[in-house]
Design a protein around this ligand. Structure first.
Ligand SMILES: NC(=O)c1ccc[n+]([C@@H]2O[C@H](COP(=O)([O-])OP(=O)(O)OC[C@H]3O[C@@H](n4cnc5c(N)ncnc54)[C@H](O)[C@@H]3O)[C@@H](O)[C@H]2O)c1
Length: 259
């Protein structure tokens, strides 16, 4: 994969999966615009990339705010004059049952995770259409495909992202733009460290064939391919990156003879 002369915008680039994607793309020669609402975080991340000799620009933006999204894409156009790929990773998590979920909680999650995805993917498509080329990579989740306790608002927001992915892929293919989504399982990031207690971790690992959480770098490896020119014939896919979570049912450990 070669990202030379490719400009990639990564939202949520200050932390976790987004940060890892910025590092991967920069290492492969890409020019990276990093956007995040965490101003200090996104500056520090861009500085670290620049200090390592890469091309990077920080942008402070709230992806659920239409004015911020417009400014963010204008800043990217000024940065390199084109946008080859969007990795839209900005998002928030919440673990509340439907009985605990207020309308305010619901609106907040849907506003950032789903409406933010709509705003960013629409503006990315408008920017990429005249180029006749683009890669839009959205952030779904295993929770968008599987029911899970405490996942009503979050799961609904991610299920919406998956549906949007398939529709945008279908609509934008004729413009040379592919649209795919990642559906990570449990990935060891700041968000997860805050949300997953010991009981949650045990419940997850019991359902993961790999019997462990993934790393942000493991997600970034897949993201890099989906953001690259080489993935041209992959379109409308919601890709599990989950150590086998989505494909497993009952898991009995230790059934293979030791060698
Ligand atoms: N970590 C996991 O296990 C996991 C699993 C499935 C999906 N995801 C999804 O991956 C994405 C990234 O998660 P992460 O684990 O890396 O989390 P993280 O908290 O480490 O990073 C998320 C980043 O998004 C930024 N952000 C949040 N709301 C924003 C907004 N409105 N505007 C701009 N930036 C905003 C945060 O400041 C943060 O830097 C999220 O969409 C999350 O739902 C994560």
């Amino acid at each position: 994969m070669n990202f030379e002369n490719r400009c990639i915008l990564v939202t949520g680039g200050a932390s976790g999966i987004g940060l890892s994607i910025t590092q991967k793309v920069a290492t492969l020669g890409g020019q990276v615009a990093l956007a995040d609402q965490n101003e200090d975080g996104v500056r520090a991340a861009a500085d670290a990339l620049r200090n390592a000799g890469h091309s990077a620009m920080p942008i402070t933006a709230d992806v659920s705010n239409p004015g911020d999204v417009e400014k963010m894409f204008n800043a990217v156009s000024e940065f390199r004059g084109r946008l080859d790929g969007l990795a839209h990773c900005a998002g928030i998590g919440v673990e509340k049952t439907i009985l605990e979920t207020s309308l305010e909680d619901w609106d907040r999650i849907i506003g950032i995770n789903l409406t933010g995805t709509f705003l960013c993917s629409k503006t990315a498509a408008e920017t990429m259409a005249p180029q006749g080329y683009g890669r839009i990579l959205l952030m779904g989740s295993a929770a968008g495909e599987r029911g899970g306790t405490g996942r009503s608002a979050y799961g609904a927001s991610k299920g919406g992202v998956h549906a949007l992915t398939r529709t945008l892929a279908t609509e934008l293919a004729e413009l040379g733009i592919t649209v795919n989504a990642m559906a990570p399982g449990a990935i060891e990031t700041a968000l997860v460290k805050k949300m997953h207690d010991a009981e949650t971790r045990e419940a997850y690992c019991a359902r993961i064939a790999a019997n462990r959480y993934g790393s942000p770098a493991e997600v970034a490896n897949v993201a890099a391919f989906l953001l690259s020119a080489e993935s041209a014939y992959v379109n409308g896919v919601v890709m599990p990156i989950d150590g086998g979570f989505m494909s497993s049912g009952v898991i009995k450990r230790g059934m293979n003879p030791r060698r």
